[in-house]
Design a protein around this ligand. Structure first.
Ligand code: SAM
Length: 312
């Protein structure tokens, strides 16, 4: 299934990197593809290292580097990474690099625990089979005190798959994870490029909002913010029109439908000792542990003393 999707994304990378529908030239010439939601959530770039997952052809990655982050962009499509590297080189941006990587796999040794921010946006979880695995893998990239920022299509709006114009929101894709995966058939790109593509079948996984939050919580990260937005990053329903803010707005449903959501997370310990699976290398973990009863962090020797008193 993943091979099917990598083929699809590699074909789209070839088409999008031509720059007919994607603003490749504008980014090379110094422009930015970042929008207000992520700019607000990502905060001050100064001195911070950012991992950009699902980076596609790297337009957001280059924009993030220009903003001042030191960025590593990653995508599982070798073609996407090839074009991302080319575009970054043409743009003359030095503080970004790219790797081919599957976001459901833990960080490679040289990237583990190395980032202040793990960021992914606009077309992420619907391509991921298991959100628990995804959040855990994401957390392995973060240094203690780091933050995960996710901006994605709202799972409710994702049920309008292949969106048809109608008075009421139509539902044509499942909402619950237990119903997936499902396949869609698109012979051209969502970008509007007219090219007919050979990889016209896509496999997608629905994830209800509760399932996403539960997966996030179980990854060893603490949810610090959840927001929903009445506009979309693409024309998910035909009647939508693009506003000057770069988002697509629906003339009637905006009052009642969430199209995007964002999620921010931090390691539980922020400033304290780390949880085991995402920072096994953390030296503090050898000295500290979490008390099962009070959930407080205590040194190992305190645990032993408390254990004798029946607390830990
Ligand atoms: C809609 S694009 C995301 C847009 C992107 N945020 C940007 O900056 O333009 C989806 C990207 O996610 C990538 N992708 C999907 N599943 C992935 C996975 N499991 N691991 C890594 N990349 C993945 C695809 O190859 C594709 O390039």
């Amino acid at each position: 299934m993943t091979t099917t999707n990598v083929g699809y994304w590699s074909e789209l990378a070839e088409i999008h990197s031509r720059g007919d529908s994607y603003p490749v030239r504008q980014v090379i010439d110094g422009g930015s593809t970042l929008r207000s939601v992520e700019r607000d959530l990502l905060g001050d770039p100064a001195g911070r290292r950012l991992f950009h997952a699902h980076c596609h052809i790297g337009l957001d990655t280059v924009s993030l580097a220009r903003l001042g982050f030191t960025v590593t962009g990653a995508d599982y499509s070798p073609a996407a990474v090839h074009h991302a590297r080319r575009i970054a080189a043409e743009a003359g941006v030095q503080n970004c690099e790219f790797v081919v990587a599957d976001s459901s796999e833990p960080a490679a040794a040289e990237l583990a625990g190395a980032f202040d921010v793990y960021y992914a946006s606009y077309g992420v979880l619907v391509w991921v089979p298991d959100t628990n695995v995804w959040f855990r893998a994401a957390a392995t990239h973060l240094r203690p005190g780091g933050e995960l920022v996710l901006v994605d299509e709202h799972p409710y709006a994702a049920t309008f798959e292949g969106g048809v114009a109608s008075e009421q929101p139509p539902v044509s894709a499942p909402y619950w994870q237990s119903e997936g995966p499902y396949t869609t058939r698109n012979g051209t790109s969502y970008s509007g490029d007219p090219d007919v593509i050979a990889h016209d079948v896509q496999v997608k996984w629905p994830h209800a909002l509760g399932e996403i939050l539960t997966g996030a919580q179980r990854s060893g990260l603490r949810i610090t913010g959840l927001q929903e937005y009445p506009y979309s990053h693409y024309r998910s329903v035909p009647e939508m029109t693009e506003g000057t803010d770069g988002y697509h707005h629906h003339p009637r449903w905006s009052a009642s439908v969430p199209f995007l959501f964002s999620l921010t997370l931090r390691p539980w310990h922020s400033g304290g000792p780390a949880r085991s699976w995402w920072s096994a290398r953390c030296r503090r973990w050898r000295r500290y542990g979490r008390c099962a009863a009070s959930r407080a962090w205590r040194s190992r020797s305190t645990h032993r003393a408390n254990g004798r008193r029946g607390c830990c």
